[in-house]
Design a binder for this molecule. Structure first.
Ligand SMILES: NC(=O)C1=CN([C@@H]2O[C@H](COP(=O)(O)OP(=O)(O)OC[C@H]3O[C@@H](n4cnc5c(N)ncnc54)[C@H](O)[C@@H]3O)[C@@H](O)[C@H]2O)C=CC1
Ligand SMILES: O=C(O)CCC(=O)C(=O)O
Length: 627
């Protein structure tokens, strides 16, 4: 016996309650509109949760609505724009299963039928109320004979249909659940994509955050092979809440942790996690990656990525993205501020005044104009700093291991020593490559001018801390600013560095990139990369993976295959696809020395065995059916 699917309309097929939208339209010019809409929503909820009789809820709302027949086309146009996202994405299900789909709603046929007909559900399988009008076309009531205008009317309605087979009800409210409770329907799926109603969820056989989940549990054809709500995302280190919003809005299950985790804690926590988001502190070691049985992607919500074992991640088929530009400007502005603060000895003056000592003096206070700034590492940050400091009158020198174009009047130095010899202020902006450990040690500090300043906003290990301490204590350096440390704590709290207490030394807790603007931008940038990878397979800008960008396909299936880059794999993949008679509509391959990544688009339904055969190919690292 065929299964039947009984859908609710408001807040299930659509993201909204239609009468609330009608109220927005009819009350457009009323000054008391917000209060009336609030009142209507309140009455709607009382009815949905079963706290007042449904008839009463309808009567009270229609009285407040003051709607006219002419408002209905406007309402239908609005509702068309407000179809639930996963419903719209799974149009194919409605097209193919139309004869088994019914809509039973306490809403009104006048607006439900035009909407669901577009999804192949004909008017005769829509059961809902109808409006009553006066001679001028004003909506003044509803057909009271209709069972759906009554409390628990859906039970009566479904009973009267005498449907055979397993009856599954999909809805967001109490009135949907009672069909199951009354024994008329076999299963109730609480649909929470638009609204999570406690009462409905409590009584559900299954809570379904979207239609993908419903189709997945019933093994029905669907837009996504694996529902997004089943994809677990773990965001550590106080990542901006907008990242949580972006990812949850796209349907993922996201957990936020305010601090970093130690390796042991992360090994414990990473099982079952599909996406990990970190900043600079969390070490994603080989051990963590080995424990990560589901991990597909890591988002570094920062620039640096050496905290991640990138190579091992690649070998495990785990794609890593970062945010290469989002906090660049923030670091540069802090560097500019620190150059000025150091050269004017502002921190010592401020500390003295805090302790009650007035010391108005020009000693050790200089303008930055005309002074030499030496930038080590002329990358994104180094170049921005070059432009801004030159605009403030500094003479810029830079040194980079790569051949970099000089911006403005900046002068390239051939060696680090040349730069250290000439600069009044040295600012470090090298990348987090481990080869940069102790790039600035005792010898390099000696190569700096006596009375010059050092700024380190790159990585803690780049500077030899005992050597820096000595250079400051002996007065060889006139001051320094340090934002990063060889060892940083996993969360806010006590911290010790040998540098504490030194004069004209600005210490900051790795906040170079910690501005509202930077964190907000990162919270958009990295989730977008993560979503593009999960939703379409795109690896553009991945830091450890062959890059492929390709558009999402309609009416196609997409297989992602990650494998060791050894000869013969592509031939093997295509032989298997041919043996299952599958038609390839597009295929995209990108490789590096070790890993190959191929995306294959196919234009027809596939035998599930093909996926097993592809997974079983020797040297397969990961295989995923996207849709
Ligand atoms: N304090 C903070 O909150 C932040 C710190 N950072 C740090 O700043 C670093 C730089 O960031 P970007 O400019 O975006 O990186 P980038 O990769 O654009 O530039 C780094 C430059 O350093 C050069 N370089 C590497 N080693 C060198 C060496 N030994 N000598 C001379 N040049 C060398 C590279 O060739 C490259 O041009 C990041 O890697 C990160 O470690 C970044 C953002 C925030
Ligand atoms: O703000 C952070 O968490 C890290 C900033 C940083 O060092 C980076 O972006 O590389």
């Amino acid at each position: 016996m065929e299964r039947k699917y009984i859908f609710d309309f408001d807040s299930t097929l659509t993201r909204v309650e239609a009468l609330d939208v009608l109220a927005e339209i009819t009350l457009k010019d009323r000054p008391d509109r917000p209060e009336i809409i609030r009142e209507i929503q309140h009455i709607t909820n009382l009815g949905i949760d079963g706290d007042i009789s449904f008839t009463e809820s309808l009567e009270r709302r229609i009285r407040l609505l003051k709607a006219h027949r002419d408002h209905l086309p406007l309402l239908i146009a609005e509702l068309r724009k407000k179809i639930s996202r996963s419903i719209a994405d799974n149009r194919e299900f409605f097209e193919r299963f139309a004869p088994q789909i019914y809509v039973i709603s306490a809403g009104f046929r006048e607006f439900i039928v035009p909407i669901v007909e577009e999804y192949n559900v004909p008017g005769e399988r829509v059961f809902a109320n109808t409006f009553e009008y006066d001679a001028q076309g004003n909506i003044v009531g509803f057909d009271r004979e209709n069972v759906l205008a009554r409390h628990n009317g859906k039970i009566e309605c479904l009973k009267s249909l005498g449907l055979e087979g397993e009856l599954q009800v999909i809805g967001d409210g109490y009135s949907d659940y009672v069909m199951r409770e009354a024994g008329i329907a076999h299963k109730f799926f609480a649909y929470t994509e638009n609204v999570h109603r406690e009462k409905a969820a409590r009584h559900a056989d299954h809570i379904t955050p979207n239609l993908d989940e419903f189709l997945f549990v019933n093994d029905l054809p669907r837009n996504l092979s694996y529902p997004k709500n089943r994809i677990k995302i773990l965001l550590l280190e106080n990542i901006h809440p907008a990242a949580f919003e972006n990812l949850s809005e796209d349907g993922f299950s996201v957990e936020l942790v305010a601090h970093s985790l130690t390796e042991e804690e992360l090994i414990e926590k990473i099982r079952g996690v599909h996406v990990l988001g970190i900043r600079s502190k969390t070490q994603v070691t080989r051990g963590v990656l080995e424990a990560a049985n589901k991990l597909m992607v890591i988002g570094a919500f920062c620039i640096g990525t050496t905290q991640i074992d990138l190579n091992h991640a690649r070998k495990k088929g785990v794609v890593v993205f970062n945010a290469p530009y989002s906090n660049t400007r923030s670091v540069v502005e802090l560097a500019v501020g620190e150059i000025i603060m150091l050269m004017r000895s502002i921190f010592p003056r401020s500390t003295e005044l805090h302790t009650g000592f007035w010391n108005k003096t020009a000693a050790n206070a200089r303008e930055i104009r005309g002074k030499n700034l030496g930038i080590v590492g002329y990358g994104n940050i180094g170049k921005q700093l070059s432009v801004l400091s030159e605009a403030m009158g500094m003479r810029v020198y830079y040194y980079d291991v790569e051949d970099k174009l000089a911006l403005g009047n900046a002068v390239r130095c051939n060696t680090l020593e040349d730069l250290l010899n000439v600069a009044d202020v040295v600012s470090l902006h090298v990348d987090d490559n481990p080869h940069n450990r102790n790039l600035i040690g005792a010898r390099e500090l000696r190569q700096m001018r006596q009375g010059s300043y050092l700024i380190n906003l790159s990585r803690g290990f780049v500077v030899d801390i005992p050597a820096l301490k000595e250079a400051l204590e002996t007065g060889w350096l006139a001051g320094a600013a340090v934002d990063v440390y060889p060892e940083e704590p996993v969360s806010n709290g006590p911290f010790h560095t040998p540098l504490q207490g030194l004069d004209n030394l600005i210490l900051t807790p790795h906040i170079g990139g910690s501005t509202e603007e930077a964190q907000r931008d990162i919270a958009d940038f990295v989730p977008n990369k993560i979503m593009e990878y999960i939703n379409s397979g795109s690896t553009v800008d991945a830091v450890n993976f062959p890059n492929i960008r390709l558009p999402k396909q309609q009416n196609a299936h997409r297989f992602l295959h990650i494998h060791d880059n050894v000869p013969g794999i592509m031939a093997h993949i295509n032989k298997i696809l041919a043996s299952y008679d599958m038609n390839i509509t597009g295929q995209y391959l990108s490789t590096d020395n070790e890993v190959g990544y191929v995306i294959t688009d196919l234009d027809r339904d596939y035998n599930k065995e093909v996926t097993r055969a592809l997974k079983d190919i020797e040297h397969t690292i990961k295989f995923r059916v996207l849709y």
